[in-house]
Design a protein around this ligand. Structure first.
Ligand code: EPU
Length: 434
């Protein structure tokens, strides 16, 4: 596809880029891949048993490849065929994943819970901050300590050891100070093999936590309170293998709903679980979009958009991971919208890039005031993080002219075949590789 090039492409091919020529309506159906944030934690949970864990619907993403390398570094064996991933951890021989891998994938820190429960020792580098915020792991560590692990943090390395003569953690009550997804998942994976009962209060309720409980239960764990903020785990001595299918990625599904919204198109998106995106569906409807459940999918019809306002919150509130893509859509809505980002302190870095494309956005601390404009215009832009990259792709679909988007490393972490899927819906989008 080669359309509407107004700028010398040779200047734009030193790093991989997306080249998007805006103004096309989209139509047709898009298939949603498995959820990245579920698949990553299910892979960590596979360390809890000697038997095979067969995961289906695993998305082909660079984050998944990184987690695979972490499991390999610990001695696990992996067999990856298309979207099926089989993991065997019967010969784990290392309890310390390397810094280079943990540093490039924050979610890999969550392995500390399963590794500790399984091997009695885990030494995992502190993941550090990332572009969207400081992202502490204090709650994860506090939870493991409450379960009886001896914890030392030195030279950037968290060492957790089970010192009890029974070589098992001890169930207890843990009240999380914030409903952290990763802390809930880490503690769950540690508690399933602990002695006695663990109660996690103020637990995260995100669908990815529920998916983890689904796999752990299929492996023989005894867990109550799924989907609520109080989760009770009755420890078992051993877990066994399981076959399990990852839930569809609600953030990818939401991104395509917003692609329909911003291009004023009609799309079918499947598979789709509406309960995973209630807050987003409400806001899309308030903006004037019509959504209808259609079998295992949803049909969205979009036309003129109205302004809406929201604040990001833990589930079931509006998800931070769709804040940036939703903002892109609102740059073209009639009227003024307010978006407040409450989960991460640095997740509004897409704003200056959207402004370069003609969006009218005023930032004040954690809040963006977006005044809808009648058109965006193409500009070279750079993605600062994963969801910002999706926001820029959405804006480019309607921008006047050809937009070149850099920073695709972020996009490839979390969106499987993004440009291929958009192209099949009629978008003019290509990847330029150097
Ligand atoms: N927090 C603390 N202390 C802690 C842990 C968390 O203050 O000990 C705070 C964080 O600073 C943040 C908030 O709690 O402000 C939420 O963090 P949480 O721990 O819930 O996030 P996470 O588990 O690190 C997962 C997803 C994120 C998603 C968040 C929130 C994975 C691998 N990542 O992160 O996904 O934004 O939950 O839903 O599951 C993405 O996919 O783009 C992404 C960033």
């Amino acid at each position: 596809m080669n359309k509407g090039v107004g700028i010398n492409e040779a200047n734009h091919t030193l790093t991989p880029q997306l080249k998007v020529t805006g103004g096309r309506k989209l139509s047709g159906e898009v298939r949603i891949s498995g959820a990245k944030n579920s698949a990553l934690v299910l892979m960590a949970a596979s360390l809890l048993t000697d038997d095979d864990i067969n995961l289906r619907n695993v998305p082909p993403l660079t984050d998944i490849a990184c987690m695979s390398n972490i499991l390999l570094s610990l001695g696990a064996k992996l067999d990856h065929r298309v979207d099926n991933l089989s993991i065997n951890s019967s010969n784990l021989n290392n309890s310390s994943p390397p810094y280079e891998l943990v540093n490039s994938l924050r979610a890999s820190f969550f392995c500390i819970g399963s590794l500790l429960a399984r091997m009695g020792i885990a030494q995992v580098p502190l993941p550090g901050g990332c572009r969207i915020g400081t992202r502490p792991v204090a709650e994860h560590i506090r939870g493991l300590h409450a379960l009886g692990a001896k914890i030392e943090i030195e030279h950037g390395l968290v060492s957790a050891v089970i010192t009890s003569p029974q070589h098992r953690l001890r169930g207890t009550n843990i009240q999380l100070r914030c409903p952290s997804v990763g802390a809930t998942e880490t503690i769950l994976m540690a508690a399933v093999l602990a002695e006695g009962e663990t109660v996690i209060q103020n637990a995260a309720r995100e669908p990815e936590v529920t998916d983890l409980i689904g796999l752990l239960t299929a492996m023989g764990a005894n867990i109550h309170g799924t989907g609520t903020s109080t989760i009770k785990v009755i420890g078992v001595r051993r877990l066994h293998g399981a076959d399990y299918s990852v839930i569809p990625d609600r953030i990818e599904a939401g991104t395509f709903l917003l692609a329909a919204g911003i291009t004023k198109s009609t799309l079918r998106i499947a598979p789709f679980i509406p309960e995973h995106l209630t807050a987003v569906i409400d806001k899309l409807q308030e903006a004037g979009c019509i959504l209808k459940q259609d079998g295992i999918g949803v049909i969205i019809q979009a036309n003129e958009l109205k302004s809406v306002s929201f604040t990001t919150q833990p589930f079931p509130g509006f998800p931070t991971d769709l804040q940036a893509p939703f903002m892109s859509m609102l740059t073209m809505a009639k009227g003024a919208s307010l978006i407040t980002e409450k989960i991460y302190e640095n997740r509004l870095q897409h704003v200056p890039e959207l402004q370069r494309m003609g969006a009218s956005i005023v930032l004040h601390k954690d809040t963006a005031l977006i005044k809808g404009v009648s058109k965006l215009s193409a500009a070279p832009v750079t993605a600062s993080d994963l969801r910002a990259s999706a926001a820029l792709v959405l804006a480019s679909l309607v921008a006047d002219g050809t937009t070149y988007i850099r920073g695709l490393y972020h996009l490839d972490r979390g969106y499987a075949f993004m440009e291929k899927k958009l192209r099949s819906l009629g978008a003019y989008i290509d990847r330029l590789n150097p």
